[in-house]
Design a protein around this ligand. Structure first.
Ligand code: PLP
Length: 429
């Protein structure tokens, strides 16, 4: 029973450094969050020792009495957290991540080489929704299936549903995927359902980014009109890193999804992770979490408005969710430069392509999300301050100057550190 600190000092020290980096900086990556101590405790438990291929009650290994109870509890809580009725909906909580959940969902819904349409990566979609370039099929979702991505309008940044419908009439997809990684607006599920029905296609929503907001009823509910809903569990939902697939109990989808996860795409479930998802789902069904989801959206609005007041432009002019997409082209900066400068002052963000970008290697914007800092009790006025720090980082326009040891950078870094460490964080008293 040697503690990590003694068993492996190198790894222990690096974990401590990363922990302090998270605590002392402003975490604005829209896909990240700070999960609770309880979730981390379950995730780091001896459940990691157990093999349990199969589903509760039908395993390929012995010794699963308690593992079965944990997975059943997780499934029950998943339906409760998303306000679903167990007669209409089921869920598989075994996917190791959002990407594997999506590939398993595709495996369940369509046949190899069937056609699918998802939001293009440069428009804010995810790799697993059929990403390919004009030269290369990149994601397995475009290698094994035929993909024709749809786009946002380069004029206003919103999904171009008219064009999507026109292209669907030509392409006649078997599956339409909605959901995104970098889209600040809500989805019109009724329009998508209508288009899918015209072709007898399945409609799948990947709510990886917004699942906490769906549970908190802050955005439109995809469950009303979609056949399958996939999600990660570690973004706005604030759980451990994993995925889930919800399916309607029709057309044999229950068997198809369960078989696609195991044995088609995965082996033994990660039971430690499933127990941690169960803890996060219990939290997500609480009134405190509803309040959290509300605050995440209010904070994103406050951040967006504060940036606009500093003279910046947002894609679509605002947000309905936890993220804003900042268009840096009018201030003649690239996303990569601003990301690097922000790194130097302990502000963590990511470069992102902006509708209309021509050079994918030099994206014209950055994506900013409020879910992580809201977990540290940031409110609207704190995000006004965050916008001010971002503005000051961006002012270091001369990148070469910023890379040198200059006082502006070190002063701002110190200010950011003092500000960040004044907020609570799981694991820090
Ligand atoms: N789907 C969407 C919309 C995402 O944004 C992401 C990750 O950022 C994923 C799926 C993939 O999740 P993971 O990184 O857990 O594989």
């Amino acid at each position: 029973n040697v503690p990590l600190q003694e068993e492996d000092r190198e790894i222990y020290d690096l974990i401590q450094k990363e922990k302090y980096r998270q605590y002392s900086g402003l975490e604005l990556i829209a896909s990240e969050n700070f999960t609770s101590m309880a979730v981390m405790e379950a995730n780091g438990s001896p459940l990691t020792n157990k093999y349990s291929e199969g589903l509760p009650g039908a395993r390929y290994y012995g010794g699963n009495e308690f593992i079965d109870q944990i997975e059943n509890l997780c499934r029950k809580r998943a339906l409760q957290a998303f306000h679903l009725n167990s007669e209409e909906w089921g869920v598989n909580v075994q996917p190791y991540s959002g990407s594997t959940a999506n590939f398993a969902a595709l495996t369940a819904l369509i046949q190899p080489h069937d056609r699918l349409m998802g939001l293009d990566l440069p428009s804010g979609g995810h790799l697993t929704h059929g990403w390919q370039t004009s030269k290369k099929k990149i994601s397995s979702s475009s290698i094994y299936f035929e993909s024709m991505p749809y786009q946002v309008s380069s004029e206003n940044g919103y999904i171009d549903y008219v064009r999507l419908e026109e292209n669907a009439n030509l392409f006649r997809p078997k599956l339409i995927i909605c959901g995104a990684s970098a889209y600040a607006r809500d989805w019109d599920y009724a329009k998508l359902r209508k288009i899918a029905d015209q072709h007898g296609a399945y409609l799948m929503a990947d709510i990886a980014h917004t699942s906490g907001l769906v549970a908190g009823k802050e955005v439109n509910n995809p469950f009303e009109l979609c056949d399958v809903v996939t999600t990660t569990t570690h973004k706005t939902l604030r759980g451990p890193r994993a995925g889930m697939i919800f399916f309607r109990k029709k057309n044999d989808l229950e068997t198809r999804v369960n078989n696609a996860v195991f044995p088609s795409c995965q082996g033994g479930p990660h039971n430690n992770t499933i127990s941690a998802i169960a803890v996060a789902l219990k939290q997500a069904a609480s009134p405190e979490f509803q309040q959290y989801a509300k605050q995440v959206c209010a904070n994103a609005k406050a951040l967006g408005e504060a940036l606009i007041s500093h003279g910046y432009k947002l894609v679509t002019g605002g947000t309905d969710t936890h993220l804003v997409l900042l268009d840096l082209r009018p201030v003649k900066l690239t996303g990569s430069k601003v990301e690097k400068i922000c790194d130097m002052v302990n502000i963590t963000i990511n470069k992102n392509s902006i509708p209309g970008d021509v050079n994918m290697l030099a994206p014209g914007g950055v994506r900013l999300g409020t879910s992580a800092l809201t977990s540290r009790s940031f409110k609207e006025q704190d995000f006004v301050k965050v916008a001010e720090y971002l503005h000051r980082s961006k002012m270091m326009k001369d990148f070469v100057l910023a890379c040198q040891d200059n006082e502006d950078i070190s002063n701002l870094k110190n200010e950011v550190e003092t500000f960040s460490t004044s907020f609570p964080m799981p694991g820090f008293d």
